[in-house]
Design a protein around this ligand. Structure first.
Ligand SMILES: [Zn+2]
Length: 489
């Protein structure tokens, strides 16, 4: 055999194996089917999962289901020998709250309530209150200038209800407790129900804050009220100490709970020291009384897509086509509460962030957004792909043009997107750490965050094409020669 012939046959062998690999990948992509996605979603968004609220039984049931699938796909446990990365969640419940001003015992809920970020227990009384007008010493006003609020109960009568800045001002001035007078006070706003937090916010120790109805102004200030009202309308400084007996109490209990991210790992081959992280959140809003928020699209659709992509990779691995890089399949919780699970992961990564080539994130890809019709249905919003790496968009677009040719809509990727979608899902916690991220989303609809986001409304035909599109991109990032370069600011 001549040299030339050898070269030619080598070329043919290479071309053939490339073609083979190409059709093989397509074969594995085709294992992501409408019916598999549907089967999983009818479980994830079933009544049994009770809306999958973070740190509840429904969330744990969903986590167990996902873990079970990861085991079936022969994924390795991704966190300390298990599949679940637990993170702490706190939940406060009110034990009692009372407020007595000028000898009058106020009625909880119909006359006052205590804000849910009032963290520590307090029982306090004094013969004096400090009135600090609008209560904004940290901005331009003169409030707090002529009074000493240290260790006192401070009363403010603001025009707008930016409670947090009022609380900060009260803290800065050393107030023991803060009473905010509210003009449109209505019954039923008292946060009696347990509310969850992700860190022990008592570290911030804002003063306990009592919101009171403005109908109580005459009870508080008696004869002084007319003068105060007039002076405030004239814009003069009204801050002054008054001899008003006040007695207040606030007691809460804090439960220490847990939620989890479910992590399954497929170890890579020659580049296993690098990784791709595929994410979707499996938590949703839970149930209010007996009404379940099923969260089929949000984000059951992303959760089942992660499962199906994991299965496709596992079938490929079984056929001797393991990915070169390690793939971390992760469904996170706490997203609806404020991206808690992904934030926790980004501080406690299962794989170093510096060696994580990309995060591929999926949140709500099973529906057609409001207002879209006709032949424009074959679309998906792609967000974040050109923010940190110039490699990512060409990869994603190149593969899409070879396969499903979805219309990639970049509307939500605009830096001045009023919905701020780029900041509203879990990929953002990766991007924040410098990891290039690509986020897939099919838009908002009338069932968004309503109990009617149910699995019967999912377009499984579209979902499977979107899921396959995401699979191809994940495959390429996992198998290409280089990690995605981080060359954009
Ligand atoms: Zn949501």
């Amino acid at each position: 055999m001549t040299l030339l012939k050898q070269k030619i046959s080598l070329f043919f062998i290479l071309a053939l194996s490339y073609l083979q690999a190409f059709t093989q990948v397509e074969k594995f992509a085709n294992t992501i089917t409408s019916s598999d996605l549907k089967d999983h979603l009818y479980k994830i968004a079933s009544a049994e999962m009770k809306g999958r609220e973070t740190a509840t039984e429904g969330q744990r049931t969903a986590a167990a289901y996902i873990e079970e699938q990861f085991k079936q796909y022969h994924l390795l446990p991704g966190w300390e020998g298990g599949y679940q990365q637990q993170f702490p969640v706190f939940r406060d419940s009110l034990v009692r709250a009372s407020l007595n001003i000028n000898g009058r015992e106020l009625e909880f809920d119909s006359e006052f309530y205590v804000t849910s970020n009032s963290g520590f227990n307090i029982a306090f009384q004094s013969g004096e209150i400090v009135f600090a007008g609008l209560g904004r010493s940290d901005t331009s006003s003169d409030d707090y200038k002529n009074v000493n609020a240290r260790g006192k109960v401070v009363v403010v009568w603001p025009k707008a209800a930016d409670y947090y800045s009022l609380q900060r001002a009260a803290k800065k001035n050393g107030a023991e407790a803060l009473l905010i007078v509210q003009s449109r006070f209505s019954k039923g706003n008292a946060p009696r129900e347990a509310r969850m937090y992700v860190r022990d916010y008592r570290q911030d120790s804002l003063p306990n804050t009592f919101v009171v109805s403005d109908k109580l102004l005459p009870v508080i200030f008696k004869d002084h009220l007319a003068g105060i009202d007039k002076a405030m309308k004239a814009g003069t400084d009204v801050s002054k100490s008054y001899p008003v007996p006040v007695k207040l109490e606030h007691a809460k209990i804090t439960e220490h709970l847990q939620s989890s991210n479910v992590i399954g790992v497929m170890e890579g081959t020659d580049k296993k020291q690098q990784a791709v992280v595929l994410t979707a959140h499996y938590d949703h809003l839970g149930a209010r009384d007996s009404v379940i928020y099923y969260g089929a699209d949000d984000d059951g659709s992303g959760t089942v897509t992660v499962l199906e992509i994991a299965q496709a990779f596992s079938l490929a691995a079984g056929a001797g086509m393991k990915p070169r890089r390690t793939i971390i399949f992760m469904t996170v919780s706490g997203e609806e509460k404020g991206l808690w699970g992904s934030a926790y992961y980004s501080d406690h990564p299962a794989f170093p962030m510096d060696s994580t080539s990309a995060n591929v994130n999926i949140d709500m890809i099973g529906r057609i957004e409001k207002g879209r019709k006709g032949d424009s249905l074959n679309y998906i919003y792609v967000v974040g792909d050109n923010r940190l790496s110039s490699d990512l968009r060409p990869i994603s677009e190149g593969l899409n043009s070879k396969h499903h040719k979805l219309h990639f809509d970049y509307k939500y990727n605009s830096p001045d997107d009023p919905e701020r979608i780029y900041y509203r899902s879990d990929h953002y916690n990766f991007a924040k750490k410098g990891v290039p991220a690509i986020f897939y989303f099919s838009g908002l609809h009338e069932d968004y965050h309503r109990p009617t986001d149910t699995p019967d409304k999912i377009r499984y035909d579209l979902l499977s094409h979107r899921a396959q599109t995401i699979f191809y991109t994940t495959w390429e990032i996992a198998n290409r020669d280089e990690m995605l370069k981080r060359d954009l600011p």
